[in-house]
Unconditional design. Structure first.
Length: 398
């Protein structure tokens, strides 16, 4: 045999032996461990069904403050946007013309009263003479009718005096209730009156309590009409403060509100009906015009099955959950969901109490795959503990 031929045979044998050795090592290599997922048990609990509606705040009472007599505005006695009390004088109209009218009315009344007293005395004398048949019936009737006319004139003069007094009183424009008085719509020296562009001098709103108005759909109204009727039939003192108010940034107002009333009709243009809820506002921080959300528990679902929202897989309105069986194998189940509550969702079909659902790690899972499980709550606690630990400070490098 030639030397080159022997070398080639030797190399071939070595390569074959090496390949065989590699195959044996591959056969004995360990399989990768099952992927780890975080799971939680399906729990059963009573769940309140909570609904939210967007609304607008307004005063529980609102009034346009208007001039009731015509005259020149002389004073504004309140600070715009400030709190005023019932009976506070907000504006004053120049009273002098009305004082003069009142004096004239008093004089007119005194004059008509004097005339009436004279005709009354004449009538009484004529009555005696008539009874003695000294004067004719015509003369008696004339004095009687004249006296009655003068009595009527006294009544008219008294009414004119009352009107003059009222007009003078109306020169002081007062707050009808405790509330916030807005921007003045008239300036000192303006001619104001019951009509025209300066008829409304300002607007006042009662803000404690403040009222949240929000529309609900006609379908919602029909569904919950029994609850609304029950609330309406209770006196205000017995109505439960059970409605929460949320602001656009998500914060919750610290005091709950009481149902106030339902509007008399459904709005035909929107198909909604207006609901009003009163909220305490003792520090008057809430103002009309603010947007807010009303939140209320409208019913209770007993024994609902709950899973974390983050475990839910949403496939364009069809929902699935990853479930780990007793054999540690993965299963993908189609489920039907109900209302959401406190970052959990009610499962109405597809699960039973005690099932273990996958909360995290679903991207590594295939149906039938064997899994390693770790309780989600335990992993969450570990993460919170690690985040609360202070960072280790390394010594400075020289």
């Amino acid at each position: 045999m030639k030397p080159r031929s022997c070398l080639a045979e030797t190399l071939s044998i070595a390569i074959l032996l090496g390949l065989a050795s590699c195959e044996k090592k591959t056969e004995h290599a360990e399989a990768p461990p099952p992927p780890e997922v975080l799971v939680t048990d399906v729990v059963k609990a009573d769940v309140p069904i909570v609904r939210q509606w967007v609304g607008t705040l307004n005063g529980s009472d609102n009034a346009d403050i208007r001039a009731r007599v015509t005259g020149y505005l002389q004073k504004r006695n309140y600070q715009e946007g400030s709190f005023v009390k019932e009976g506070d004088v907000l504006f004053e109209i120049d009273p002098r013309p009305f004082e003069a009218a009142l004096a004239q009315a008093k004089s007119d009344l005194a004059q008509t009263q004097a005339i009436q007293l004279a005709t009354q005395a004449q009538f009484e004398r004529n009555q005696e003479l008539f009874n003695k048949k000294v004067i004719s019936v015509q003369e008696y009737e004339n004095t009687r009718q004249l006296n009655e006319a003068n009595v009527a004139k006294v009544g008219a003069a008294e009414a004119a005096l009352q009107t003059a007094q009222l007009n003078l009183d109306f020169t002081k424009i007062i707050a009808p209730f405790d509330g916030i008085a807005g921007i003045s719509q008239a300036q000192i020296g303006d001619l104001v009156g019951p009509s025209g562009s300066t008829a409304t001098l300002t607007t006042e709103s009662q803000v404690d309590p403040i009222r949240l108005y929000f529309p609900i759909s006609e379908a919602d109204y029909r569904e919950h009409s029994n609850l609304l009727r029950e609330a309406m039939n209770k006196p205000d003192s017995e109505r439960e403060a059970a409605i929460e108010m949320l602001f656009p940034d998500g914060t919750v107002y610290p005091q709950k509100g009481k149902f106030s009333f339902i509007n008399r009709q459904v709005d035909p243009t929107t198909g909604t009906i207006l609901i009003a809820v009163n909220f305490p506002n003792p520090d008057r921080t809430l103002r009309p015009g603010q947007f807010a959300v009303a939140r209320a528990a409208i019913q209770n679902v007993p024994g609902a099955l709950l899973v974390p929202e983050r475990a839910l897989i949403d496939l364009q309105g069809n929902y699935q959950l990853g479930v780990v069986g007793a054999d540690k194998k993965a299963d993908i189940r189609a489920v039907k969901i109900g209302p959401r509550y406190n970052r959990q969702v009610v499962i109405t079909e597809g699960l039973k109490e005690g099932d273990k659902v996958i909360v995290e790690g679903m991207q590594k899972v295939r149906p039938g795959m064997v899994l390693t499980t770790k309780p989600y709550e335990e992993a969450k606690a570990d993460t919170a503990n690690s985040e609360s630990q202070p960072a280790e400070q390394k010594p400075p490098t020289s």
